[in-house]
Design a protein around this ligand. Sequence first.
Ligand code: KG4
Ligand code: ZN
Length: 348
Amino acid sequence: MRDEPLVLGIETSCDETGVGIVRGHTLLADAVASSVEEHARFGGVVPEVASRAHLEAMVPTIERACTTAGVSLRDVDAVAVTSGPGLVGALLVGLASAKALAIGLDKPLYGVNHLSAHVAVDQLEHGPLPEPCLAMLVSGGHSSLLLVEDVTGTVEPLGATIDDAAGEAFDKVARLLGLPFPGGPHIDRAAASGSSVAIDFPRGLTSRRDLERHRFDYSFSGLKTAVARWVEARVAAGEPVPVADVAASFQEAVCDVLTRKAIDAAVDRGVEDLLIGGGVAANSRLRVMAEERAARHGIRVRVPRPGLCTDNGAMVAALGSELVARGRTPSELGIGADSSLPVTQVLA
Ligand code: KG4
Ligand code: ZN
């Protein structure tokens, strides 16, 4: 497949400096440098720390990606970069780097939407994306249900979180339980030895009244508060906190609402493929529950492997490659970082 375009993708919307290289749908390199450890003591990502880390990691990460792919920068046919949404200072580092490459190599630049890139990445693992498909993107920064008619053009937002993102809820509850940041994997592990029915935590926006206005929206802040109150009451009573049971019951509540609404949306729109992406897609319970519930409605579930679910450059390269393949017009070199780029805008 030598004749397919070689696309380099850069991702810097949060705390991962990602550089991916793809040829068509074939992944050649996915180099990621994460500053997550620098943020751990703050319990969340510190934007200025992330921007500085991107600056330091960018050139070595590009070099590492080229070495792994066995290509030279001169071979690159197009450069793709996340232009939003994300942390503006962090995005700027990626954009400036991508523009420099595009100008230096005299190749087209594609400034892309981070959320569409989370969807497009699945093509690298499972082949051409079924269109339409329903995408549930769940991470530390976003929780959205999207109807994807065309990953390079038509993405319709059906619902999103109205407060905390799903991953943010995992991180905050982990902190309450004394588990390290980022908390998702620790809750997942702790939950394995707990009971998911030990505590009946609330399911946000699922009452009949809420469903009238927020059928496909999520809310996790009430759940987080409920967990905090429950833990405080135990501590106040001088009783030990059953971490595994709290983790399992909390995780069950999150996964229950996430999968229930995603499948309701797929059935409502007559879509037969559900794609799950973002860091929370790595959650073991979410995967199992989604597959069980989807199967009852004849819906297929696609989840990229964990390394492709979390933020990375391969996802940006994958979307860039698809934009090239479908002949979309590249971005202007003057494009800026847009921290709140709407999901309907795939290309900046
Ligand atoms: O997509 P991602 O790497 O970065 C963005 O936030 O954009 O997602 C990171 C989030 C964190 O909140 C982390 O706690 C969560 O994904 N996460 C998980 C698991 N692995 C990562 N949440 C639940 N279960 C997991 N196994
Ligand atoms: Zn993301």
